[in-house]
Design a binder for this molecule. Structure first.
Ligand SMILES: NC(=O)c1ccc[n+]([C@@H]2O[C@H](COP(=O)([O-])OP(=O)(O)OC[C@H]3O[C@@H](n4cnc5c(N)ncnc54)[C@H](OP(=O)(O)O)[C@@H]3O)[C@@H](O)[C@H]2O)c1
Length: 254
């Protein structure tokens, strides 16, 4: 039997929203398994600091700023990645945000902002990267969804709609791109400690409720996503496509 490897030596990975939180943790994980990294985000200083930290860990990495909601910037980003490294093998489509409000208080602008970053941005990046991956006849696309793509929860109108959309896009793209040797999967994290959730998790009552709702009885860490992202980025997952892998301490299984 041919035993495929988890190693990513020689592979080029683009991580959107890679300057902090889940994206940075995933970039570290892919880098430690041998991938060469491109980090992108809007905040240049944070992005360059993230790349400096990766380099300290002996990971080859470069920072290119990009707002994922702007098609021209997205196309320029993909061109820069290919110009710099010669290929684009792994995409972690991670940039995202949230505005939590009761349904009756959601402004039209809240809805537009969340859907534009989380869903349109993910689509634009996925489309531009797919064009390059089709040329290479190889690619691994990992869309970062959420447990809220699967389950409902109060105050998450816009966010849950965006993440449900991501799960559906994942299945559509998986079928379209399979003939080009490209797998497409989603990771749906549960609550993970990051800058995005810092304030939300600062309320002890809410934290207790989350812990009690989770089979593993703890909040997740970015390190909990290392195994899942490396698996989906490597050739060990060659026969896995169109799947939603919830990494949530059992939340969605309850
Ligand atoms: N933390 C959790 O509990 C959790 C749970 C489930 C799913 N997720 C998902 O995981 C992903 C990362 O979340 P996180 O908690 O790590 O968030 P975070 O700490 O707030 O990081 C978000 C990243 O996305 C970037 N970003 C935001 N808007 C962007 C845009 N328009 N263009 C380019 N980059 C943009 C940010 O950089 P700039 O602001 O500088 O652009 C930053 O690098 C998101 O998709 C989120 O929905 C998180």
């Amino acid at each position: 039997m041919n035993i495929p490897s988890f190693q990513l030596d020689g592979k080029v990975a683009l991580v959107t929203g890679g300057s902090k939180g889940i994206g940075f943790g995933m970039a570290q994980a892919l880098g430690h398994y041998g991938a060469k990294l491109v980090i992108t985000s809007r905040g240049v200083e944070e992005g360059e600091n993230a790349v400096a930290q990766l380099k300290e860990e002996n990971i080859e990495a470069v920072y290119f700023p990009c707002d994922v909601t702007k098609k021209d910037q997205v196309e320029q980003l993909v061109a820069k990645v290919v110009d710099h490294y010669g290929s684009l093998d792994i995409l972690v489509n991670n940039a995202g945000m949230n505005i939590r409000k009761p349904l009756v208080e959601v402004e039209e602008s809240d809805w537009d902002q969340v859907l534009t970053v989380n869903l349109k941005g993910l689509f634009l990046i996925g489309q531009a990267c797919s064009k390059q991956m089709i040329k290479q006849n190889y690619g691994k696309i990992i869309n970062i969804s959420s447990i809220l793509g699967t389950v409902g929860m109060q105050f998450q109108t816009s966010y849950a709609a965006s993440k449900g959309g991501i799960n559906q896009l994942t299945k559509v793209w998986a079928e379209e791109l399979a003939p080009h040797n490209i797998t497409v999967n989603s990771i749906g994290p549960g609550y993970i400690k990051t800058p995005m959730t810092k304030e939300w998790l600062s309320d002890p009552e809410r934290t207790e409720w989350i812990i009690n709702s989770t089979m593993s009885k703890r909040i997740g860490e970015t390190s909990d996503l290392v195994g899942p992202v490396v698996f989906l980025a490597s050739d060990t997952s060659a026969y896995v496509t169109g799947q939603i892998l919830n990494v949530d301490g059992g939340w969605t299984a309850r």
